[in-house]
Design a protein around this ligand. Structure first.
Ligand code: AMX
Length: 500
C-alpha cells in the first residue's frame, strides 16, 4: 500500500505526465493508474500487430478517455466554484416581459460546455468551427470527412483527439453495441406504420432497463460517483443507437430484412452498412452528417430537454428519450423531413422536377400566404447561413453536383432569403441544417424522409450525452426556473414593489 501511495505521489505523477505527453499519453497514464508497466510495455510493442478490436488495448484507451474526462471536469469544477464565490452576484443580463412570453429567446441561464453558438458564425465545438473540425478531426482510412467518434472525444475531453483515440472509441462502441432482444420485441409491438421517431423513442426507453446509473442510484451511491455511471450509460447507449435505428429502418422500409453489424467498421460506416448502404461515398456522408448534427449548444429543445430531465437524476437513457421526443417536433428535428415533403409537393404542383427560380419564388410566396412556414429556413439564434448547410453544400459539390433535387435546394437558397426577409418579421431568412440534408440522403437512395429525424437523433446523442456526463461531473443541481402568471406580470409592470 505504501509503495502504491508513493508511486501516486505528485512528483511521480508529474514525471509520468511529462513522459506521457512526449511519448504515448494513454499508455503512460494507465501505467500510473494500474501499475502494470512490466505487462503493458510488451503489449504496447505488439499493439500494431493486434487486431483493432483487441479488448486489452480498448480498456487501456477507454480507461484513459474516462480518466482524462474526469481530470478535466475536476479542474473545471474548481474553477466554477471560484467563479461563483467571486462573481456569483454579477448580473449576466436583464429579462424583459417579451422574452418571458416569447420562448425565453436570448436569456442566458444555462451552462453547456461542449459547444457554443454564435449568431453570425454558427456553431463552435470546444472552440472549433465546422470547417476546422473537417480539417482537424481524425478520418477513416481513405476518407476525408471527420469521424464522429473524434468529435465525441473533443466534446467530452476538450482536446483534439489523435487517430488512435477516435479508433478506440469506435472499437469500444462496436464492442458495446449488442442490443438485447426484448428491445426489438418492443419495436415489433408497435404497428409498422408508427413514425420512426415513435419507434426510436420507445426503443430508447426499452434500453433503459440496462441503465447502470439507475441501478447504482437504487443501490445507493455517493454523489461523487454519479459521473462514472452517467459515463458508462452514455458509452453503451451511443454504441447501441445505430443498431436500433437501422433495425427500425429495415423493419419499416425493407420488409424486415435485417443486416447484421460489422464490428470492424467505424460507427458511421457500420450504421450505413446496417441500413443497407455500403457505398463508400454514402459512408462518408454519414460521417459528415453524424458529425454536424451532434450539438448546437444547450438551449435548443433536444439538448435542453436532455439536460433538464437529467437534472432530476433520471438516468441517461430516460434523459435522452426526453431529448428525442423534443427532436421529433416539426419546428426542430422533424424539419428535415418537412423540407423534402415541401419540395416534393412543389414538384407535383408544378409538374416538374426542375423548376425555374421564378417558379420556386412563387411557390415560397404561396406557402407564406397560406400561413405556413418554409421548412429549412429560419433559426431561433442564427442570423446567417448555417455552416452546417454550407458543409453539406460543399459535400454535394464534390459528390453529386448534377443531382436534380440538390440543384433545387441550391436554387431555393438563391431566392428564398430575399422573400423571407421582405416579410419584415422573420428574424433569420437564411437556411438551417435541415434545408440540405434530405436532398443528399435522397441522392444516395435513402428516400424515406420520415426516417431522417432518426438519423439526426443518432447524431444528437453525441453532444447531449457528452454534456450530460459534464452535468453529473460538475454536480449541477435540479433545474427549476421561475414561472409567472399573466396576472403577476400585470401587477409587476404597474407596481413592481408589490409583487417582487
Ligand atoms: N417560414 C415562414 N415563417 C417563418 C419562418 C419560415 N421559415 N421562420 C420564422 N417565421 C415566422 C415565425 O413563424 C414567426 O411568425 P409569427 O410572428 O406569426 O408567429 C415570425 O417569423 C418570427 O419568428 P422568428 O423569431 O424569426 O423565429 P423563431 O425563433 O420564433 O422560430 C424557427 C425559429 C426555426 C422555429 C422558425 O424559423 C421556423 O419555424 N422555421 C421553419 C422550420 C425549421 O426549419 N425548423 C428547423 C430549425 C433547425 C432545427 O432545430 N433543426
Amino acid at each position: 500500500m505504501l509503495f502504491i501511495a508513493i508511486l501516486k505521489s505528485s512528483v511521480y505523477v508529474q514525471l509520468i505526465k511529462a513522459l506521457a505527453i512526449k511519448y504515448h499519453r494513454a499508455i503512460f497514464f494507465i501505467f500510473l493508474k494500474n501499475l502494470i508497466m512490466p505487462l503493458l510495455l510488451p503489449l504496447c510493442a505488439l499493439k500494431s500487430l493486434l487486431p483493432r478490436n483487441t479488448t486489452i488495448t480498448h480498456k487501456i484507451y477507454m480507461g484513459y478517455v474516462k480518466d482524462s474526462f474526469k481530470a478535466k471536469a475536476d479542474e473545471q469544477a474548481k474553477e466554477i466554484k471560484a467563479l461563483i464565490e467571486q462573481y456569483g452576484n454579477k448580473k449576466l443580463d436583464e429579462v424583459t416581459v417579451a422574452q418571458a412570453y416569447q420562448g425565453m429567446r436570448g436569456i442566458p441561464g444555462l451552462i453547456t460546455e461542449t459547444s457554443l453558438l454564435d449568431a453570425n458564425e454558427g456553431i463552435r465545438f470546444r472552440g472549433f468551427s465546422i470547417p476546422e473540425l473537417r480539417e482537424k478531426l481524425p478520418k477513416a482510412e481513405g476518407g476525408s470527412e471527420p469521424l464522429p467518434e473524434g468529435l465525441f472525444y473533443l466534446m467530452l475531453v476538450g482536446d483534439v483527439p489523435t487517430q488512435e483515440h477516435a479508433e478506440h472509441i469506435s472499437a469500444t462502441w462496436a464492442r458495446r453495441s449488442h442490443v438485447p432482444n426484448y428491445v426489438f420485441d418492443v419495436i415489433e409491438a408497435l404497428p409498422v406504420s408508427a413514425h420512426p421517431m415513435t419507434q426510436f423513442c420507445a426503443a430508447i426507453i426499452a434500453l433503459q432497463t440496462e441503465s447502470k446509473f439507475a441501478k447504482a442510484y437504487s443501490d445507493g451511491i455517493s454523489k461523487k460517483e454519479y459521473w462514472n455511471y452517467a459515463y458508462e450509460d452514455t458509452m453503451t447507449l451511443i454504441a447501441r443507437l445505430p443498431r436500433v435505428a437501422a433495425y427500425i429502418y429495415r423493419r419499416k422500409y425493407k420488409a424486415g430484412e435485417h443486416i447484421q453489424p460489422d464490428g470492424m467498421m467505424d460507427w458511421s460506416a457500420n450504421f450505413a452498412h446496417m441500413m443497407g448502404y455500403d457505398n463508400e461515398s454514402f459512408k462518408e456522408l454519414m460521417r459528415l452528417y453524424l458529425t454536424i448534427h451532434a450539438d448546437h449548444e444547450g438551449g435548443n429543445v433536444s439538448a435542453h430537454a436532455t439536460h433538464l430531465v437529467g437534472s432530476t437524476l433520471s438516468d441517461p437513457y430516460l434523459s435522452f428519450a426526453a431529448g428525442m421526443t423534443g427532436l421529433a417536433g416539426p419546428l426542430h428535428g422533424l424539419a428535415n423531413q418537412e423540407v423534402i415533403r415541401w419540395i416534393d409537393e412543389m414538384y407535383k404542383e408544378l409538374n416538374s422536377e426542375n423548376p425555374s427560380k421564378e417558379q420556386i419564388a412563387d411557390y415560397i410566396k404561396k406557402t407564406l400566404l397560406e400561413g405556413k412556414v418554409v421548412p429549412g429556413y429560419g433559426h431561433a439564434v442564427l442570423r446567417k447561413t448555417d455552416p452546417r448547410f454550407t458543409a453539406q453544400m460543399e459535400f454535394a459539390k464534390t459528390h453529386c453536383p448534377d443531382d436534380s433535387m440538390v440543384q433545387t435546394v441550391w436554387h431555393i437558397y438563391e431566392v428564398a432569403p430575399a422573400i423571407l426577409e421582405s416579410t419584415g418579421k422573420i428574424k433569420n431568412p437564411w437556411p438551417n441544417v435541415d434545408a440540405h440534408s434530405g436532398a443528399l440522403l435522397k441522392h444516395f437512395g435513402l428516400v424515406e424522409e420520415d426516417f431522417y429525424t432518426v438519423l439526426f437523433g443518432v447524431s444528437r446523442s453525441l453532444g447531449v450525452l457528452a454534456s450530460l456526463c459534464w452535468d453529473r461531473a460538475l454536480g449541477f443541481p435540479i433545474e427549476r426556473p421561475k414561472s409567472m402568471t399573466t396576472e403577476w406580470i400585470k401587477k409587476f409592470v404597474k407596481e413592481p414593489e408589490k409583487v417582487a
